[in-house]
Design a protein around this ligand. Structure first.
Ligand code: G4P
Length: 302
């Protein structure tokens, strides 16, 4: 499997975010509620910790995530110093309307005429940053350059109540430290289909679903007792949908695509790909020798 790296972009983004961090009082970090830690770039934590900036973690797309897993993640993050966490759907204005009050709580010394609360929205691509910004501002704002290297005049977007959104590209490319993070990100569309072979991503997803959500698979596609692995799930989908290529063989590619689409759109049900426990188990499974220890920022963030 080949996961694309963007080290050049990452460095440019880091530099820009470090500069912006000086000028803000609070970071709003948008995560995908289905894979909060895999969709969190540890650089964000290290940058804001260096400047002692508090953080509101938004577990966005919670309408698609497993409520039990989301509850566990909220408890996990809320136990961290200078961090508050909230689960919501940025597509629901009433939920977004609760955010300003939560932001003010994290930086109570700001939020006056003389000292407005300055905030920056950060996150990896496709987690919902633009949707959030539009909902907060109650209007459509042109998407901030997703290219971190693009220089733009910095805008200050007034939110009312002496709150200001510093409109910098808060985009950070995913930092993929574990292969399963790459697969989770690809399944959830945070990294493009070109980056990782779709079949492999669909197999990974199918295996996760077999272990954690077999009832959802059964409900949507039906299943046979023979299905014991990812390829078996894909085959079941191809049969159930009658997907065939010319010549009559099963069209497994189309079935893999269907599975991914059904997961991404929520048609399969509410699914989370990781929990605090599964994350802890993943990290524990890495034998960290001093020479290949994780970068310090990863250890800090996790
Ligand atoms: P970004 O700025 O962080 O890159 O993300 P953006 O707001 O563009 O959102 C990415 C996709 O996620 C959009 O779908 C958006 O509608 C969707 N999205 C954002 N918040 C939520 C949410 O709370 N729940 C759900 N279900 N979806 C949400 P899109 O334009 O259709 O793109 P795509 O899904 O085809 O990638």
């Amino acid at each position: 499997m080949s996961i694309q790296w963007f080290p050049g972009h990452m460095n440019a983004a880091r530099k820009k975010a470090a500069e912006s961090m000086e000028k803000v009082d609070l970071v709003i970090e948008v995560l995908d509620a289905r894979l909060p830690q895999a969709s969190s770039n540890p650089m964000i934590a290290s940058l804001r910790q260096a400047r002692q900036r508090p953080c509101l973690k938004i577990l966005n797309k919670s309408d698609l995530a497993d409520p039990a897993a989301t509850k566990a993640w909220l408890a996990h993050y809320s136990a961290q110093p200078q961090v508050s966490a909230v689960a919501l759907s940025c597509r629901k204005p009433a939920e977004v309307a609760k955010l300003p009050a939560l932001c003010l709580k994290l930086a109570p010394h700001r939020g006056t005429v003389l000292k407005p609360l300055r905030m920056m929205i950060m996150g990896i691509p496709n987690v919902g940053k633009s949707t959030l910004m539009n909902a907060l501002l109650k209007k459509r704002v042109a998407k901030v350059g997703d290219e971190p290297a693009v220089t733009k005049t910095q805008q200050r977007l007034l939110l009312g109540n002496n709150m200001v959104l510093i409109d910098t590209p808060g985009l950070m490319w995913p930092k993929i430290d574990h292969p399963s993070d790459g697969l989770m990100l690809a399944a959830s569309h945070a990294i493009g289909v070109n980056a990782v072979i779709e079949d492999e991503v669909a197999n990974f997803l199918a295996e996760q679903l077999l272990v954690h959500y077999p009832q959802l698979l059964l409900k949507r596609y039906g299943s046979s007792p023979a299905v014991i692995d990812g390829p078996g799930v894909i085959e079941t989908i191809a049969r159930a949908r009658g997907y065939r290529v010319k010549g009559g063989d099963l069209d497994l590619e189309k079935a893999a695509h269907t599975l991914l689409q059904d997961y991404r759109s929520g048609a399969l049900g509410r699914i989370s790909l990781e929990t605090p426990e599964s994350r802890a188990a993943l990290l524990a499974s890495y034998v960290v020798a001093p020479s290949d220890a994780l970068p310090q920022e990863v250890q800090e963030a996790e």
